[in-house]
Design a binder for this molecule. Structure first.
Ligand code: F6P
Length: 511
């Protein structure tokens, strides 16, 4: 990080902290023009971000020096970009056939798995044997289906009801199964590695549930979606779908992991989701960095994280269909870029991704927005809204949009209370940054584009930091320790444990 451009940005950050006044800056009408752009399906407004054109220019130089363009081309070409696992990252290729003008290379393995999934989804929908589908999967194998099913709710027509179970806590599965008929229920077990403890546990209990019903043979009610279908087959599965090794869990909604979505909305609508993502892929590949939405967002993430040292970002969707977006982005960003070493194993040497968190904006306003407006720490807020709603309650939509705009405005401009007011308590410091993403409407295409935009921004930031955004070694230690503690819960053996874990284990064992 000891380069002239890094130092130039560090000194701009110091100046920006002291002198950049968003309210003043936004008195110039050019600022909106210059710092907002139209990407496919998304108007991206970064004019309320804590930067200016000069900072953007320097950040673009930083991106060029970090090789963002070359690494993007390597990503699209399917060369190894996940160095620690020696794999390419192939999610863009799942969308490639759906891009009319992209001309990106297709990948047979990717496409075969996806086609098989779409064919299976259509068959199951046509047979109408199953009224309910329970999708079992966690992390990337659960969050994507959950988000997309909610977002595409108006398109969930003519297929089975779909329920998503992720948590190892038995309440999750127990509640999902309530009222379901085993004979009319299909289970999808999505696990790329086929070794995730939560998914294996839920799968085993679901198999018992089906088998307990007279005359049912569980394999007729289960589909495995995995890179390790060989193991699933050895364990009795007869219906399997393939996830290529090069599809990372948090990038997998476009693959056979999307089966629950395709079952609910049909293959055609699923393809529209892919087509929307492909449009964003083309934008990322072909637009100059100066007007490239994922590049702007990735660079803003670097600017806020490494230079302004803000501890995170709040995601505030103003659309009920996007209520799980904060959780989805949490995995996408924090698992991808929550790292302290670069791809070459050396320390990064600056702050990387902070916390990504949020709630639907309407609810958040009555909970944590107090902190956003008047707390002692300042973080950017990402507002995401759709101009048109998919209901016939126009008063709701207008009020919702007014609130989204008002919150962004209030964070930016602040306000000073008059002398008669409660001293200080009603002051809003303002100068609090936000970005605004406006979709025309939440549709399969715009959702695809929005999620691809988020994937690429993570990739851009990771590239500038020199991080491999496609591995996740940080999740492993806890898994290993859990295996040991699981045995100790049975045996009661606390030898060699620290005092706290030993004390807690003893209490758990007693319970
Ligand atoms: O433990 C983290 C993780 O490996 C994620 O990266 C992944 O999305 C999730 O678990 C689920 O993994 P799998 O699909 O292999 O069950």
């Amino acid at each position: 990080m000891d380069t002239p451009i890094w130092r130039a940005l560090a000194s701009k950050a110091a100046a920006c902290r002291q002198t950049l006044n968003l309210s003043e800056a936004l008195s110039s009408p050019d600022r909106f023009e210059n710092l907002s752009l139209h990407a496919p399906h998304v108007l991206l407004d970064c004019s309320k971000s804590l930067w200016d054109e000069a900072v953007l220019q320097d950040l673009l130089q930083l991106a060029r020096q970090a090789g963002v363009e070359q690494r993007r081309d390597a990503l699209y070409a399917g060369t190894v970009v996940n160095e620690t696992e020696q794999r390419p990252a192939l999610h863009v290729r799942l969308r490639a056939p759906f891009s009319a003008q992209g001309g990106f290379q297709n990948d047979e393995e990717c496409h075969a798995g996806l086609s098989a999934m779409l064919t299976m989804a259509q068959q199951v929908r046509e047979q109408a044997r199953f009224t309910d589908v329970v999708h079992i999967g966690i992390g990337g194998s659960g969050l994507g289906p959950e988000l997309v099913l909610q977002a595409l709710h108006p398109w969930c027509l003519g297929g089975p009801r779909v329920h998503v179970v992720s948590n190892m806590d038995g309440h999750d599965l127990h509640q999902a199964l309530q009222g379901l008929e085993p004979a009319r229920t299909l289970f999808i077990v999505a696990s790329k590695s086929w070794s995730t403890a939560e998914t294996q546990r839920n799968m085993a209990s679901a198999q018992v549930w089906v088998s307990a019903a007279a005359g049912l043979h569980w394999p007729d009610h289960f589909v495995a979606v995995s890179s390790r279908e060989d193991i699933a087959r050895q364990n009795g599965f007869t219906q399997t779908l393939h996830i290529p090794e090069g599809i990372g869990g948090r990038f997998s909604i476009w693959s056979a992991v999307g089966l629950p979505v395709a079952l609910a909305v049909g293959a055609e609508v699923f393809e529209r989701l892919l087509a929307g993502a492909a449009q964003m892929d083309i934008h990322f590949a072909q637009q100059p960095l100066e007007r490239n939405a994922p590049v702007w967002l990735g660079l803003l993430d670097v600017w806020y994280g490494s230079f302004l040292e803000m501890p995170g970002r709040c995601v505030a969707p103003y659309h009920h269909g996007l209520r799980r977006l904060p959780a989805y982005l949490q995995q996408l960003e924090m698992e991808s870029n929550g790292k302290q070493v670069m791809a070459n194993g050396k320390p990064v040497g600056c702050l990387t991704t902070g916390m990504v968190w949020g709630e639907p904006g309407s609810n958040g306003q009555h909970a944590f927005f107090q902190w956003l407006h008047q707390g002692t720490q300042r973080i950017p807020v990402e507002f995401i809204a759709a101009r048109e709603a998919d209901h016939d309650l126009p008063e709701h939509q207008e009020a919702l949009l007014a609130n989204a705009l008002a919150q962004a405005q209030a964070l930016m401009q602040g306000s000073k209370a008059g002398p008669e007011q409660l001293l200080g308590h009603q002051d809003f410091p303002g100068n609090r940054p936000s970005t605004f993403m406006l979709l025309d409407a939440l549709t399969p295409e715009s959702l695809g584009a929005l999620l691809a935009l988020q994937e690429h921004r993570v990739f851009v930031a990771g590239t500038v930091w020199g991080i491999n955004s496609f591995d996740q070694w940080g999740v492993e230690l806890g898994k290993t320790l859990a295996k040991d503690l699981r045995k100790r819960l049975d045996s009661g053996d606390v030898s060699g444990l620290d005092a706290s874990t030993a004390g807690l284990l003893a209490c758990c064992a007693l319970a």
